[in-house]
Design a protein around this ligand. Structure first.
Ligand code: CU
Length: 390
């Protein structure tokens, strides 16, 4: 007969081979310190002082719980065993015992204070965003994050951070990568050992900006600003996700914080600002067709392909094709309207958060790409057309 424990042993075997499979897939240490790793049971390795405090509190409170557990169950089991009926023990019949009552009031009271003091200290420290070196505003959108450097070196830089996991992985046509659903096209870049103040908000519904290894989880509310901070202890890429159920693509808005050396950060800022000047998204000038097309292809790839597909065929009936669409080929006013306001009640959201150059570029791109080329009414759509329609 098969012994009962043989089954459990083979269960462990299956677990072990699953771990080997994960390790082969590159999950050994993830590729981020504090990221997911084989057999990870503990909280992620703390990469900021606040995260270290949170980890300490977690173990401190757990240790107290464990001691209480041992004490309570120790007394209980000892009493049951030592005073059992078969030994002829008679129940005592006393009432009230000042000593015991004082003890079971004072001891828990002291324990609560011992836990509340360091916990309060940590919460107060989390909220102390004073004398920060850099301020970044993070805005939650359905379903991506927008970052805007508002103060300190890099002020003026802003971009959207989209999920970068290829659609083929989402739909099981390709092996899932190491950072499946935890990778973005443009990470938030910050320097190491620098106090970064994060101002969190949202544009549509409530989102939450959470990076466990930095000890941050802050809800973002439309119309309200909340702030928190971190000081990364070492360089690397730290990953997190939106942590407030915000709609159907809630799982598709990860967060990547790329912490770099200070001089590397300065170089990144310079490169960004130079690119900003060069591309000079000047919405007032007249743009050439091929300029708009080149720019529009990128905007389309970053914002539209998930639903309308790279070939413009969409996924009917859920997502209509843009190739041959009457709206795309019709008068430009309708297309401007749908991009600025979306179609309420459908998955077609407003893209008003893109700037007028990006909007004009993507609209022009859809009018001239695929088989649409040469069929659209009106000429190129110019940024100034969007400026006027806002
Ligand atoms: Cu969200």
């Amino acid at each position: 007969m098969k012994k009962w424990w043989v089954g459990s042993l083979s269960g462990f075997g299956a677990l072990a081979s699953a771990n080997v499979a994960l390790a082969n897939a590159g999950f050994e240490r993830g590729n981020s310190p504090g990221g997911p790793s084989v057999n990870q049971l503990n909280l992620p390795t703390p990469m900021s002082p606040i995260a270290a405090d949170i980890m300490w509190l977690h173990w401190f409170v757990l240790a107290i719980c464990f001691v209480i557990f041992l004490g309570v169950f120790g007394v209980m089991f000892y009493s049951i065993w030592a005073h059992r009926k078969s030994r002829g023990v008679k129940a005592a019949t006393f009432h009230e015992n000042v000593g015991v009552e004082v003890a079971w009031t004072v001891v828990p009271f002291l324990l609560v204070i011992a836990m509340a003091l360091p916990a309060t200290q940590t919460v107060v420290a989390m909220k102390d965003t004073s004398s920060s070196d850099i301020t970044v505003k993070a805005t939650g959108y359905q379903w991506k994050w927008g970052y805007e450097y508002v103060d300190g070196p890099g002020a003026g830089i802003s971009f959207l951070s989209n999920l970068a996991t290829p659609a083929a992985q989402l739909y099981g046509q390709e092996i899932k990568g190491v950072n499946y659903l935890l990778e973005v096209d443009e990470p938030l870049v910050v320097p190491v050992d620098t106090k970064v103040r994060m101002v969190i908000t949202a544009a549509d519904v409530i989102h939450s900006w959470m990076v466990p290894s930095l000890g941050i989880k802050q809800d973002g509310f439309p119309g309200i600003l909340r702030d928190t901070w971190f000081r990364a202890k070492q360089t690397g890429e730290f990953r997190g996700q939106c942590a407030e159920l915000c709609g159907k693509d809630h799982a598709y808005m990860p967060i990547v914080v790329k912490v770099v050396e200070r001089d590397e950060y300065t170089a990144w800022v310079e490169e960004r600002q130079a690119a900003l000047l060069a591309s000079a998204d000047d919405p007032t000038r007249e743009w050439e067709l091929d300029e708009l097309m080149a720019r529009g292809e990128k905007v389309y790839a970053a914002n539209c392909v998930a639903c309308h597909q790279a070939n413009g065929q969409g996924v009917p009936p859920a997502f209509p094709p843009l190739d041959g669409s009457a709206v795309v080929l019709g008068p430009m006013s309708e297309q401007i309207d749908i991009l600025l306001h979306g179609r309420p009640g459908t998955a077609m959201a407003s893209f008003a958060q893109l700037n007028d150059v990006e909007l004009a570029a993507v609209a022009t791109y859809t009018r001239h790409a695929w088989s649409n080329d040469g069929k659209a009414q009106d000429g190129t759509i110019q940024p100034s057309d969007f400026t006027a329609a806002r």
